[in-house]
Design a protein around this ligand. Sequence first.
Ligand code: EPZ
Length: 528
Amino acid sequence: MSIRSETRKERNTRKTLILIPPNPMASSSIPIREPHSTPKPNLHSVPASMALAAAPSTHFPLSLSRKPPLLTPSAAASVAPAHLEIPALAFDHKLVVSGGRQLSGHVHISGSKNAALAVLAGSLCCAAGPAVIRGVPDLSDTRTMAAVLRSVGARVEEAGGGEVVVDATRVSSVEPSPDDVGRIRAGFFVLGPLVARFGEAEVALPGGCKIGARPIDLYVRGLSALGAVVELRHGKVRVRAANGKGLIGGQFHLDYPSVGATETLMMAASMAEGVSVLSNVAREPEVADLAQFLVACGACIEGAGTGTLVITGRKQLHGAEFTIAPDRIEAGTFMVAAAITRSCISLSPVIPYHLSCMIDKLSTAGCRITLRGPGILEISAVPAATGGDLQGFYLKTSPYPGFPTDLQPQFMALLATCNGSSIVEESVFENRMHHVEELQKLGARIKLHGSTALVEGRKPRSLALSGCPIAAADLRGGAALVLAGMAAEGVTEVGGVAHIDRGYENFEPKLLSLGAEIRREVTPNSYL
Ligand code: EPZ
């Protein structure tokens, strides 16, 4: 069965079917999807004998008779096959940031990490023909997801330039590799397509940022509502269709609009027999992107982007071509980079209404934000242009269309440099404040009460922050520390960069291109 790309008629029908823009800035004439031209980063590697020893799932035999000679990254790269990727463990990466510089110019926004992860998981639904997915950012997380797909027998070809071709027609296992699933949250999402297509699956508990308990009760109860029997045994979730054949459409109300649970249940219901109604679902743009992909593969989904999904199951889905939407979290991160350095930059491609909360908050602070053309946004925080310095504000994270929790750390770093006091309430994850202690080391005046932070802005006529060594504990917290370092006096060394590499494609080259002074230092891991 050949790939069938979307006809113009389908695309127009799809638009009406799926999204109701919540914001007057939205305009259907904005072209948003263009293939990436980002070069593939150079992977580090070590001789085969050491690589096997270095595999993350293998327990490190620190009692190695003789520690292997330390190799510089370039020496390592020259001696081993390119596909052998050494885990971050063997080398420490840190970003060294010299602060106090203004930015200028334009930055290209990559495809959305979280949409790409969901769509890659969704490619397992395609029983007839490969999925050609464009705009996939080159990140350690998307590479891990590719490993998850390969571990069940899917063929994954990374064609470069953000194009990934997944052929899941010959999936041969319903037990993805636990190590790979255990590295990222989204690895767990394959549970949906596997049990829906094969009537059973066994998937390890997910990994991902340590920002809260992150339970899976909604996945379990949702799949049970679709006629599955779910067991948790030895750290794995075993699911099978109660009727021994396949899932049956049903009704399920999510207690909380979980993104991952919505995406997993949407994929499962797309191949369940009959109609499913999922209510209080997540409305994030990444969920809508996955729905658009599944519809392109032949699924029947109504209501994506709203709080209720009505899904009519199909026996089989086919391959399709699809382009991932731009990353609104990366876009928000670069908007904060401009604000925290009091600069003016432009960024594209963006979908403005995906950014409405960030635009609203930054405008409240005093930034001037302008649409410079289809999908091109300009942000200026230059005091001369905005008529004064930035003011603090109140923000509370909540599910979309509320303020995204994935931008909370970056905005907190900004607020530490604004005038006046601010309050930041984190309501989505119960333990997403690891960055506070590191920001305090830079001199930020933050008081933490559980998941609420009181941020005392900068004192008049002083730089609020001054550089020192700090370390990232998770992805978005890591990005916030780099931004804070760009606003700080002197040099800031940010460790734990592996977290940042999970979610930002070419982070420091992009910052460099905007005029930031930043470099990556790779040092052999002192523990080995
Ligand atoms: C997705 O995580 C994103 N990850 C996260 O981005 C993002 O922070 C989050 O959605 C919220 O927007 C991916 O898409 C891969 P949730 P997910 O299920 O799906 C509770 C980043 O930085 N919950 O919506 O794991 C849960 O504990 C990452 O890119 C249950 O109670 O988030 C949390 O408090 C970090 N039971 C809340 O829902 C469940 O069964 C939101 O979690 C599932 C979730």
